[in-house]
Design a protein around this ligand. Structure first.
Ligand SMILES: [Zn+2]
Length: 125
């Protein structure tokens, strides 16, 4: 399955699709990450279980998509700053084994994204 990342669509596409069958969005984020399913959703955005297609073993990873619900430029800027701070903090914390490592942080299609190492809940010590 390839999960569409378009917040207004979120269609689940069959494996192997390059573009969403419903809205036509590119399914591969920055040509590298494929979302497979939605992990969760909060006030700041949505998280997806994804695959890193640039590594030989195609390891799982987590896409965090920043989707602030707040209205107004000042609030949005503040929210974007917080997301940026989270990225910086995660990069520092990722040196420790019990916190998922920050793999990438970028803006694509005018949205901020974090890519984190996927750690299954029960494998955490
Ligand atoms: Zn779509």
């Amino acid at each position: 399955m390839s999960q569409c990342l378009n917040p207004d669509c979120l269609h689940s596409n069959p494996k192997g699709c390059q573009f969403c069958q419903k809205c036509g969005s590119k399914l591969r984020l920055v040509e590298r990450y494929y979302a497979k399913s939605i992990l969760g959703q909060g006030g700041f955005g949505r998280t997806f279980l994804a695959v890193d297609d640039f590594k030989p073993s195609k390891p799982p990873c987590v896409i965090k998509q920043f989707l602030p619900q707040a209205q107004g430029t000042a609030t949005l800027e503040k929210a974007a700053q917080l997301f940026d701070q989270e990225a910086q903090r995660l990069e520092l914390l990722g040196k420790h084994s019990q916190i998922p490592e920050l793999l990438a942080y970028f803006t694509a299609d005018n949205r901020q994204y974090l890519i984190q190492e996927f750690i299954e809940g029960d494998t955490l010590q």
